[in-house]
Write a protein that binds this ligand. Structure first.
Ligand SMILES: *Cc1c(COP(=O)(O)O)cnc(C)c1O
Length: 427
């Protein structure tokens, strides 16, 4: 006998889940399936994904090769959980990451597995910087986002998120990010403060930055600015931490977002798309001379997600030649061009285009516009979010594997949504 089970509705989230839930509010449906750049809900409505799990699904949903490898491993009774004990998937990931990513880039780093999230990687980076320098403060930048645990939150800019801590968030110094005040040299004050014993600003343990600020509004730092930050760090023996949790793993067109700037961070945080499949995983890359941890000094129960290691290793096949990287740049160009068209065809948006690679934004000067566009777009079958301090930026983060058809469909929905929102404004 088969009992037909009714599919759940969004009511269950409203009734049973905490008020803290957010994306089920932005995308009010129950999703059932996903493949590549598409999602389907329980009513079999399909959606184009311009969100990619906030950057955790750079290779799309349910990649067939990754699925196959996971199934084989599970059926062979491979270990799923193993703390940081030695397992085959862990060894294979380390070897492949070294061979495909680090070595060809002439990068000499130790790989640390912190807990399985981005904020874990950031916490470990802050700790090791403080440990090796013996200093306390960390310089962060306006509109930075580094995660929700107390250390990561202390270097995050957003006032609402900071407020959630309920305690003072100390030990950090916020400085202006590139172009924070248009036309001003945003590093002049930092440089002078470090030089000047009377500035009241201590020499920090580290500087932490995103090369493209994801949650902060798709602000892309210039390569020149990044190089200047690095030079300042070198001059004052400050560790440079690049939080590549969102901008890394190919999001901006190269595996690491900082590659075209030619900088060599001391510590690099990766998470979101490092597993390639959306499974939780994070790594912290540390220059060998700063790898001064004692065994177990920063540990965690979930540092041995073997399924994540398996899909992470499989994801690296995309990086064995330069084709994938080139394809990201081509897709980026295509989207940028259309977004630029929108800024001229719809001047009422007072919009500008931001970002690099497939981390792009349409920053709307007109209030509430971006949110309204995203809301309408969802009803038309596009999953897309906003970012920035006032949610003023429509944030385009399609999976890197998206094809031309998917891009066109997504952009068409954005344009229809812009038209609809503007028509409503006029009425
Ligand atoms: C998402 C994000 C984090 C936090 O990662 P979680 O896995 O949510 O803890 C940290 N830094 C950046 C730049 C991020 O985008």
């Amino acid at each position: 006998m088969t009992i037909s089970k009714q599919k759940p509705t969004v009511d269950v989230f409203e009734q049973l889940e905490s008020e803290v839930r957010s994306y089920s509010r932005s995308f009010p449906t129950v999703f059932e399936k996903a493949q590549g750049y598409k999602l389907w809900d329980t009513s079999n409505e399909s959606y184009i994904d311009f969100f990619s799990g906030a950057g955790a699904l750079n290779y799309g949903h349910n990649n067939a090769a990754m699925q196959q490898k996971m199934i084989e491993y599970i059926q062979s009774n491979g270990l799923l959980h193993s703390l940081d004990m030695g397992t085959i998937p862990r060894a294979e990931f380390l070897q492949e990451f070294n061979d495909v990513i680090l070595k060809p880039r002439d990068m000499d780093y130790k790989v640390m597995f912190p807990g399985p999230t981005g904020t874990n990687s950031v916490e470990s980076a802050l700790k090791i910087a403080r440990k090796v320098t013996g200093r306390e403060k960390v310089v962060t930048f306006t509109n930075a986002f580094h995660g929700m645990t107390i250390g990561a939150l202390s270097v995050t800019g957003n006032a609402f998120k900071r407020g959630g801590a309920g305690i003072p968030l100390n030990h950090s110094i916020a400085m202006p990010y590139d172009e924070y005040i248009e036309g001003q040299d945003s590093l002049a004050f930092l440089e002078k403060s470090l030089e000047d014993g009377g500035s009241g600003i201590e020499i920090p343990a580290a500087v932490i930055l995103e090369t493209v600020q994801g949650e902060g509004g798709i602000n892309a730092a210039s390569f020149e600015w990044l190089q200047k930050v690095e030079a300042l760090c070198r001059r004052f023996d400050i560790l440079l931490i690049v939080d590549d949790v969102q901008a890394g793993c190919g999001r901006t067109g190269t595996f690491f977002s900082f590659e075209p700037a030619g900088i060599k961070p001391d510590v690099i945080c990766l998470s979101k798309s490092i597993s390639g499949s959306g499974l939780p995983m994070a790594i912290t890359l540390i220059k060998p001379e700063y790898d001064k941890w004692g065994p177990g000094e920063h540990n965690g129960t979930f540092r041995g997600n073997n399924l994540a290691f398996i899909t992470a290793t499989e994801a690296l096949t995309y990086w064995k030649n330069s084709k994938f990287s080139q394809s990201i740049q081509e897709k980026s160009k295509m989207i940028k061009q259309q977004l630029t068209n929108f800024t001229t065809v719809y001047p009422e948006l007072e919009a500008e285009v931001r970002g690099r690679g497939l981390m792009l934004g349409l920053a709307c000067g007109k209030k509430e516009m971006a949110n309204k566009i995203a809301e309408v777009a969802f009803t038309k079958g596009l999953v897309i979010e906003t970012s920035g301090p006032d949610d003023e930026v429509l944030k385009l983060l399609p999976p890197l594997i998206i094809d031309e058809e998917g891009i066109t469909q997504g952009l068409d929905i954005i344009e229809e949504s812009i038209k609809e929102v503007l028509a409503k404004e006029e009425a």
